[in-house]
Design a protein around this ligand. Structure first.
Ligand code: ADP
Length: 395
């Protein structure tokens, strides 16, 4: 080491006058410039590495300006070393000029961006807003939990009340049938005992008593059917829907007699369903189509594949239903026609809705007065599918 030091100091000492002919002073200057240059070159590299990794940093141009300004500062120190031995003062001056321009440009950009920097939240502010947000999130989660629990309580309450109501309707309608049977029996006894002696007015009254009792009996039977459809355990099976339609038409053969009816459209789907309830559904829709249409009747069956569900349709060319009533008619005892024009209980469509909903489906009607009605119901193809569960919970 001492040998190298002696060798370097044997030659003519540059800038000897400036450095008082002291080699240690010369090497202090050169060594310091070298160290500064190395440090300056490493800083731009670190800055560029940083902004490459942090794509989210908004001030990447400013970072580049800083990197180039520091790089040029490093170059000026390299030239300080070079010009100690080589008089490249013009080149050194040019490098200094470039460094000056880049530095001034960076300084101006820094001042221009100062208001934006001032708006950047401090670590403390960020920490505070983070804490506020997490407090809000946990409050919201608590509220959601509470809401879910209240919802579950309400659903359980509604389920219990519905069950109680259905039980009440079942018991009431069952018990009502008994006195009604007595009314019918004693009326016929009276007619039998008095026979021809019964005055004409009394015969007329008897007729009204009997027909009112029959009507009430029919209503009670419909109510019992509705109640049973809501309570009875479903007997699931794989069912060809066209077979159910054919069977329903067969069952209603009497209603078809003497009528001019064209039946069109076939369905090909099989679905999971309760055979007897699906049969009751089609029977109600077909008998309504006949009841609320004049000859010639056109009855059309359809199906529409919707992936995991199928939309089935029963369309007629009858009297149609006003827009105001398309929801109303699915409620129990809701009728748009008088008993004299079209006899009925007003329960048929409520029964249809109950049946469809118990299968996890939905029923609705598309209709206009005078343009026929199109009853449509959407059914899941498979028992236990998501659609079935969602609607089952609603039913
Ligand atoms: P009901 O037929 O015994 O009166 P529903 O519940 O089956 O009871 O029907 C309710 C009402 O909806 C009927 O009174 C009728 O006014 C109307 N309606 C049902 N189906 C049709 C149809 N295909 N065309 C026109 N109106 C209908």
């Amino acid at each position: 080491m001492q040998g190298l030091w002696d060798y370097l100091n044997q030659t003519f000492m540059p800038h000897g006058g400036c450095y008082f002919w002291r080699p240690d002073l010369l090497w202090l200057q050169v060594g310091s410039d070298f160290l500064i240059a190395i440090a300056y070159f490493s800083i731009p590299w670190a800055l560029i590495h940083f902004i490459r990794r942090r794509q989210d940093i908004a001030f990447d141009r400013l970072f580049f300006m800083f990197a180039s300004f520091i790089f040029f500062c490093g170059v000026t120190h390299v030239f300080s070393i070079i010009t100690t031995w080589n008089p490249l003062y013009y080149t050194e001056g040019a490098i200094k000029a470039i460094t000056g321009v880049v530095s001034a440009w960076t300084a101006v950009a820094l001042w221009v961006l100062m208001p934006t920097f001032m708006r950047i939240p401090s670590m403390a502010q960020l920490r505070e807003s983070n804490e506020r947000l997490s407090r809000e999130v946990s409050e919201r989660e608590r509220a959601e939990d509470e809401l879910r629990r209240t919802n579950e309580r309400l659903e359980a309450l509604v389920e219990r009340r519905t069950e109680e109501l259905e039980q009440f309707a079942y018991a009431a309608s069952h018990d009502l049938e008994e006195p009604l049977r007595h009314v019918r029996t004693y009326t016929s006894f009276l007619e039998h005992d008095l026979g021809e002696n019964l005055p004409e007015k009394a015969q007329e009254d008897m007729y009204f008593i009997r027909s009112s009792a029959s009507r009430m009996s029919a209503m009670i039977k419909a109510l019992l059917d509705l109640s049973r459809a809501g309570k009875q355990q479903l007997e699931w099976g794989r069912i060809r829907v066209q077979d159910v339609i054919d069977e329903a038409v067969e069952q209603l053969r009497e209603s078809f007699e003497g009528r001019e009816v064209e039946i069109c459209g076939k369905v090909s789907h099989e679905i999971d369903a309760d055979l007897s309830l699906l049969g009751a559904l089609y029977q109600n829709l077909i008998s309504n189509a006949l009841k609320y249409s004049q000859d010639p009747v056109r009855l059309e069956f359809s199906e529409n594949d919707r992936g995991s569900t199928v939309i089935f349709g029963v369309r007629d060319n009858g009297i149609g239903i006003g827009q105001a009533y398309v929801e109303e008619i699915f409620k129990p005892f809701s009728r748009l026609h008088g008993e004299v024009d079209c006899p009925g209980s007003g329960i048929g469509l409520s029964l249809c809705r109950k049946i469809v909903e118990r299968h996890g489906g939905e029923i609705w009607v598309e209709s206009k007065v005078g343009e026929g009605s199109h009853f449509r119901f959407q059914m899941p193809k498979q028992k236990g599918s998501k659609e079935a569960k969602d609607a089952g919970a609603r039913a």
